[in-house]
Design a protein around this ligand. Sequence first.
Ligand code: OGA
Ligand code: CA
Ligand code: FE2
Length: 495
Amino acid sequence: MSDNQESTDTEDTTTASRSATLPLRPPCERLSCHKSSVCSRSYFVVVMVFFHVYIINVIGLLFYVHYSSGQEDGTRSRDAPSSGQQRPEARRPPSKAEFLRDVSLTRIEGIRVGHVQKVSLVPDKVHEMRTLSLKPLLFEIPGFLSEDECRVVMQLAQLKGLMESQLMVQDGQEELAKELNLSPDEIFNLLDINQDGQLQLHEILTHSRVRDGIWLTPENLREIYAGLKADKDGNGLLSLEEFRLLSNDAFQRFLLQRGVKRSQLVRNSRHTWLYQGKGAHQVLQDIKARVTRLTRLPSSLVDLSEPLQVVRYEEGGHYHAHHDSGPVYPETACTHTRLAANTSTPFETSCRYITVLFYLNSVEGGGETAFPVADNRTYDEVSLIQNDVDLLDTRRNCDKSNLRVKPAKGTAVFWYNYLSDGRGWVGEQDEYALHGGCVVTHGTKWVANKWINIDPDYQRQARYQQLVSQQSEDEDDEGVTLNPDTQSSDVHQDL
Ligand code: OGA
Ligand code: CA
Ligand code: FE2
């Protein structure tokens, strides 16, 4: 039927166009057209054609508006998977595994630096949350904890006892190079980042930190070179020949002989862990509930995260710039979900999607939290350690950090250590999330960390949660509370 209709329309259109192009017909004649049957028919057809075109346009427009606003909602909505980092794959049809996904992580929007949003976290109070940077996505919430809560957390930590955050270096530590069976030439090649056949100071510095936790400064290194007579030609660089003459642990032995002070370690603080589950002190449970509201993440994820870490820095304490979380490689497993990992992987890292850092006191001098590359236009790992200025060094170069947060009692800051994968889950590590604690120049500094652990591998996180919930059901029957902290080796007392 509609085919017929169409063909008639087409025919009529032709007629209409012919009549419409009739030249030199005066307007009055055109107005009286309806009197002639051909003329009135073509007039009707013209009107109908315009009407159809109009309707089609309107329908088209409605479709356009519907779909384009649908996409915007997807990127803008609070509950949407991600904001800025939406990747083109996001619109690919989901694979079979993705159909199983039923959780999408909320990511709070920063809007712009300085933007303030009101948040409702506790009854009878509205908190203000200010965006401090977009790279990493970082917020500050003054008055997140009350004075009393700060006091209780510090007291509970003291009651439990704090331990050194970093152990002093042990003599005769196993060398990774030995385990991997690398020759001096191979090690040299690995260290020589710019492949110029010479080892610059920063190439050595980067390596040493990963190896034994002693924080070397360029001056230390020059002293070591002099002490070991390593740099024979005195040009400040090590050539392959010079490097070959050094034994594997020459630097470490030299340092240990001379004695390593706590201030020379990556981290100089003491800490403890406070369990926040059922039966824990009400203040600790309240903090966990408030963090859940703040982050808008499923409570099951927050419940299964590490306990609260309470840290105390004495005067002179510091924590050089670091990432709270590891990078994502296919072969890495997260410490918190290792129970659910199919195979034992050689590389294990903590997967802390979010860090919530609480300041439990206002520090008299120093002790800021520094973000050396926050909102940098580019991230350039190599230029972080220039030969004489090391931006990662929070004892010397906090003043050169892009952003510093001054500790104020009760304030919380929080940031995302990972980007979004664009599909509602955890993506790549955010390299801009690098941060550290500047040296405390006066007084002591107390902070607490609440890390929210999420495995970037969705299936692994899902398996882990299933496993733990089964376990906790079993244990609930016996009246035992499950301790969610499977990753730190210290024993948790329920305070
Ligand atoms: C940490 C940390 C920063 C600070 O404990 O992981 O980065 O300001 N602390 O103490
Ligand atoms: Ca080099
Ligand atoms: Fe940290």
